[in-house]
Design a protein around this ligand. Structure first.
Ligand code: SF4
Length: 368
């Protein structure tokens, strides 16, 4: 049974009978079930945030120690066939698009590796015609010698295509469903191949079948009802962990940021406290889950979230094509505005000051 089948028959737990007493009982339990996750994400759990944070901290230490994995993104193309209402790369936005040449890919890779990064996330806009799988595979082949940990965040692929990328050095996949609400998904994605909700939802499963080692899923907070989206995200992550035990499964919980173009919908508020509740609830539900935090968040908040359940954090991010070789902002439009511009060195200092060990990669494949 795929996660699409599970989602199609999913009934959300009722919250009519939820009480503070139930939150307390949930927090006293050793291991949590689906209903418990729902309880911890509820409004009724908000007064217990301090308690949740303490327990999330303990669980994270138990399973990950005092470590923090660090990665950086590299955008190699900004062409996109979709028109997501929340993104600067929306195909209706008129700006000069580009993709990196092989030489530029290598120069960017060298510049990033020189800064000390060893875990690279390669991104494109979603255009099969402008950045076909063959282009992405060749770019990854060039980058692989510089990065022991190499993953992609691109349009959803078939199992065979993920296997191909795997042969070219890719060991991880990030793909966000954005929202698990199919009706809202329809509205936010008015045209383009991304309208295929099911093909995107099942992409992590095809990645797992292709024996990718790292799978990262997520929703974009601010699009819909975050309590429902995070509840389903937790179930999705648990499904992947159970079905693909060879995989390191993780989630991202990015919040919507300003982007190029005219805002076409009203974002839903997700406060800093909401974000803390999300991270803690996911940690308590799935103690071994990786949780990533991007540079969409401001430095102070990122610093404070480190001990609460985050296990992977980005640094030195540039969200337009290229841009790692020089200090000037690269030409083109960013996918979204970055809120934390700190370098790898600065982030490493903060992580060490909190008595955590920064980890730039934690494994080697056979090819290296
Ligand atoms: S979110 Fe992705 S698919 Fe949508 S417009 Fe932006 S780059 Fe394209």
């Amino acid at each position: 049974m795929s996660f699409f089948d599970i989602l199609s028959s999913l009934k959300l737990p009722s919250i009519t009978d939820l009480s503070f007493r139930e939150v307390e009982k949930t927090l006293a339990k050793e291991s949590l079930n689906e209903r418990d996750l729902f309880v911890l994400l509820s409004k009724e759990a908000e007064p217990y945030l301090e308690n949740m944070a303490q327990r999330a901290h303990r669980e994270t230490l138990k399973h990950f120690g005092r470590t923090m994995r660090i990665y950086t993104p590299l955008y190699i193309s900004d062409y996109c066939d979709n028109a997501c209402l929340y993104c600067g790369f929306n195909r209706n936005n008129n700006f000069p698009r580009r993709r990196l040449s092989w030489e530029e890919v290598e120069d960017e890779g060298k510049a990033i590796a020189k800064k000390g990064f060893q875990d690279l996330l390669v991104l494109t806009g979603e255009s099969r015609s402008q950045s076909p799988v063959s282009y992405i595979a060749e770019a990854c082949k060039i980058l692989h010698p510089y990065f022991p940990a190499l993953s992609v965040e691109i349009y959803p692929l078939s199992r065979g295509e993920y296997e191909l990328l795997h042969r070219f050095g890719v060991n991880g996949l990030t793909i966000y469903q954005e929202t698990y609400d199919p009706h809202l998904y329809d509205t936010l994605h008015p045209v383009g191949p991304k309208r295929n909700f099911r093909f995107r939802l099942e992409a992590p499963e095809r990645g797992g079948e292709a024996k990718l080692r790292w799978i990262n899923i997520g929703v974009l907070l601010g699009l819909g009802d975050w309590r429902k989206d995070i509840f389903i995200l937790g179930l999705h992550a648990r499904y992947l962990m159970e079905r693909f035990p060879h995989c390191d499964v993780g989630v991202g919980v990015p919040r919507l940021r300003p982007y190029f173009g005219t805002p076409a919908f009203q974002p839903q508020p997700v406060t800093d406290r909401n974000l803390v509740q999300i991270i803690c609830a996911l940690r308590l539900f799935l103690p071994r889950l990786n949780i990533s935090l991007t540079t969409r968040e401001k430095p102070d908040l990122r610093n404070n979230l480190i001990p609460l359940g985050i296990t992977r954090i980005s640094a030195g991010s540039v969200t337009s094509v290229g841009g790692h070789r020089r200090e000037d902002p690269p030409p083109g439009v960013p996918q979204f505005d970055v809120a934390d511009h700190r370098s790898l060195d600065e982030l490493v200092r903060i992580i060490r000051a909190k008595q955590y060990e920064p980890v730039t990669h934690d494994w080697l494949d056979d090819a290296l």
